[in-house]
Design a protein around this ligand. Structure first.
Ligand SMILES: Cc1ncc(COP(=O)(O)O)c(C=O)c1O
Length: 375
């Protein structure tokens, strides 16, 4: 797709096989949740090592349904990081619960701060949502201990982290009570819009499956095949179904995912080599973390917001697209939650540089050269 940038922030590589997979689906005349969705669920579960997976319409829907399956409802509190995309907090609020914003550990490790989480637990707390920001796993070992001790559900927001591993090598999504994935257009495994819930709890999985399609006792595909004439409604459900063309695309792209992540990692290693000794730049996470991460984004931390903004302007003038992620506390809707100093510091200081599975080492070298010139 044409973009005003010579080096865009992300790029989606669509192969001829991907196109043919979608065309084959379109020509067969069944367009919503059906055999391809089932096949994508099975393939994704096998790839991840999960017992089961349930496809839904988005990562946001995955979070919403996982929290409902955890029993979250009105009057409850759900602890989420302040440094995340808003969907994490919104999903808790869709359930009628309050989203409680915890701070992140450090600008160099911007995932949930376990001490801050512990200090925000009240008798109303029902769940904690750990976000694996940028493709780097949160400290699931400590969070599992804390949630286990306090009887809280632990949900993983894996929207940015498909393919990442925790410090003990557990794949993200398998380290808590439920893992929620996104297949949004910019994500490592993208189909446009889509999501997946994995959970070791059979009853949670059944609930997610039911609620994604209006809590109907039969799905349209069953009725299309003449397997069920009528249905009952058992709860207030939603239309959070995945459709067949997206499932076809997911099925086509999934076998390439490990290679795509490896290519992202090569670009990240080169960024880190080139930026390691630059005095004005700090690099979040360690080289070991890099090997376990799945690299949704590459962050460089600059001394302050002014420098960051000036660097972004200079890179934009050079045709290089960058972005940065705000802290939820900076939004009008969330400003009443007060300050979260570390989340706000990382939001102010970082720049996310171009990164996708097609980013070449030459592009990384050009971006760093221009970044150094800007500094
Ligand atoms: C951390 C995080 N959580 C949740 C979501 C929501 O995913 P989706 O856009 O598929 O609804 C996103 C998407 O950007 C995200 O980055």
């Amino acid at each position: 797709m044409s973009t005003p940038f010579s080096i865009p922030l992300t790029n989606v590589e669509m192969t001829e096989d991907d196109v043919q997979a979608v065309l084959a689906c379109l020509s067969e005349g069944w367009l919503t949740m059906g055999p391809r969705t089932q096949a994508f669920e099975a393939a994704f579960a096998e790839w991840l090592g999960a017992e089961r997976a349930v496809a839904v319409g988005s990562g946001t829907a995955a979070l919403h349904l996982a929290l409902l399956a955890a029993g979250v409802g009105p009057g409850d509190e759900v602890i989420v990081p302040a440094f995340t995309f808003v969907a994490t907090a919104a999903a808790a609020r869709y359930c009628g619960a309050e989203a409680i914003l915890a701070d992140v550990r450090d600008p160099l490790e911007p995932t949930l701060d376990i001490l801050d989480v512990a200090s925000r637990i009240t008798p109303r707390t029902k769940a904690v949502v750990a976000v694996h920001f940028g493709g780097y796993a949160a400290d699931m070992i400590s969070l599992r201990g804390l949630c286990g001790d306090r009887g809280l559900a632990l949900i993983e927001d894996c929207a940015q982290a498909v393919g990442a591993r925790c410090a003990d090598d557990t794949p993200v999504g398998l380290a808590g009570d439920a893992g929620c994935f996104s297949f949004f257009s910019k994500k490592q495994l993208c189909v446009g819009e889509g999501g997946m819930v994995v959970t070791p709890h059979e009853d949670w999985s059944a609930k997610v499956k039911s609620l994604r399609s209006h809590a109907m006792t039969s799905v349209t595909w069953d009725r299309h095949r003449g397997h069920a004439e009528s249905y009952d409604i058992l709860d207030i459900g939603f239309n959070y179904r995945m459709d067949e063309p997206r499932a076809a695309l997911g099925l086509s792209r999934l076998p390439r995912l490990d290679d795509d992540l490896a290519r992202r990692r090569v670009a990240v290693r080169r960024y880190r080599e080139l930026l390691a000794d630059v005095p004005a730049v700090e690099l979040p996470w360690t080289d070991e973390d890099v090997e376990r991460a799945s690299h949704f984004a590459f962050f460089a931390l600059l001394p302050d917001r002014g420098t960051r903004d000036a660097v972004r302007d200079a890179l934009q003038a050079d045709g290089i697209q960058t972005t940065w992620y705000p802290s939820l506390t900076q939004f009008s809707e969330y400003e009443s939650h007060g300050r979260r100093p570390v989340s706000e510091e990382v939001a102010a200081r970082h720049v996310a540089l171009p990164l996708s599975s097609t980013t070449t080492v030459e592009q990384v070298e050009f971006v760093v050269e221009r970044l150094l010139a800007a500094l």
